[in-house]
Design a protein around this ligand. Structure first.
Ligand SMILES: [Zn+2]
Ligand SMILES: [Zn+2]
Length: 267
C-alpha cells in the first residue's frame, strides 16, 4: 500500500524564492488528503502532479495566513475542473466564517458542496474516517486556536489476510506550536511525524515569545513520542543554512530529515 507525504511548502510566515508556505499532501493508497494550504499551494500541487479533484479532505491547522491563503484559489480551481464530489474541510471554528465568505462571493455556482467540520478537540480525538485510514485531531499550543493531525492507516480484510505481519503505518502533523507536556502522547509511536522547527536553538526565547519551536524542541518531542522518523520544516525566512538546523535536531533525534519543497517521504 502506498503511504507517503509530500511537503509542498516548508517556509514559515514569509515565503522565500525556493520555499512556499505550509502545505503537505498525504497519499494513502491513491486517496489524497491535503494538510494546510498556504499561498501558492495549487501551483505546488501542479509541480508535484496532484489532481485538484482527487483531494478527499482538507485539514487546516489554524487560521494564520501562511497555512490558509491558498485555499480560495484551490477551491476555485476545483470548481473550474468540474469537481462534483463533496469536499470535507476540517479546521478551527473561525475557519467557518472564512469559508462562508468564499462561498458568498466566489463559490455561488460551484457544483460541489463544502462540508465544514469545526474542530474543538481538547485531546486526541478521531474526526474523519476513510476507506484506508482514520484521522484524529489534537490541540497545539500556539498564539491562536491550532490543531495537529494524526493519520492512522487501517489495514482492511483482504490485505490483512494476505500479509498478517504487515504493520499499519501512521503519520502525525504537528503544525505551529510551542512545546507542551501532552504533545508526545498525542503522536505516540507514529511511523513518522512532522514537527515545525521555525528556529535554531540559539533563538529559543524568540520561539517561546511567538509560540513556535526550536530544532531541539522538535527533536525532543519525537524522541519522547518514540516516533520512527522526524521531518522538520516551517523554517524562519532568516534560516539560510537548513543543514545547521538539521544537525541540531540530529544531536537529539538522529532519524530527522529536513524537508524541502516537493520532497516525497514514503513510509
Ligand atoms: Zn505558520
Ligand atoms: Zn501560526
Amino acid at each position: 500500500m502506498i503511504f507517503s507525504v509530500t511537503t509542498m511548502g516548508t517556509a514559515s510566515a514569509m515565503p522565500i524564492s525556493d520555499r512556499n508556505p505550509s502545505a503537505q499532501m498525504l497519499n494513502a493508497n491513491g486517496r489524497l488528503f491535503l494538510i494546510d494550504c498556504g499561498e501558492g499551494t495549487q501551483k505546488q500541487m501542479r509541480k508535484c502532479h496532484f489532481s485538484f479533484v482527487k483531494v478527499e479532505a482538507i485539514f487546516i491547522s489554524h487560521i494564520h495566513g501562511d497555512h490558509l491563503f491558498g485555499l480560495f484559489g484551490l477551491l476555485n480551481s476545483m470548481a473550474m475542473y468540474g469537481r462534483s464530489a463533496a469536499l470535507d474541510i476540517y479546521g478551527p471554528q473561525a475557519l467557518g466564517g472564512v469559508l462562508n465568505f468564499y462561498k458568498s462571493y466566489f463559490g455561488t455556482e460551484d457544483a460541489f458542496d463544502i462540508n465544514f467540520h469545526p474542530l474543538t478537540s481538547r485531546s486526541l480525538e478521531q474526526v474523519h474516517t476513510s476507506k484506508c485510514l482514520t484521522v484524529s485531531a489534537f490541540p497545539l499550543h500556539h498564539k491562536i486556536d491550532c490543531y495537529g493531525f494524526r493519520f492512522d492507516e487501517t489495514v482492511t480484510g483482504r490485505h490483512a489476510l494476505e500479509n498478517p505481519s504487515y504493520k499499519a503505518k501512521s503519520y502525525a502533523y504537528c503544525s505551529d506550536t510551542a512545546p507542551f507536556d501532552e504533545l508526545p502522547s498525542y503522536v505516540k509511536g507514529v511511523t513518522c511525524m512532522y514537527h515545525e522547527a521555525t528556529y535554531m536553538n540559539e533563538m529559543e526565547e524568540k520561539a517561546a515569545a511567538r509560540f513556535h519551536s526550536t530544532a531541539a524542541q522538535a527533536a525532543r518531542c519525537a524522541l519522547q513520542a518514540g516516533a520512527g522518523r522526524l521531518i522538520v520544516g516551517h523554517y524562519s525566512s532568516r534560516i539560510s543554512d537548513v543543514g545547521a538546523l538539521l544537525a541540531e535536531c540530529r544531536e537529539i533525534f538522529p532519524g530527522t530529515e529536513a524537508a524541502s519543497d516537493c520532497d516525497v517521504f514514503e513510509f
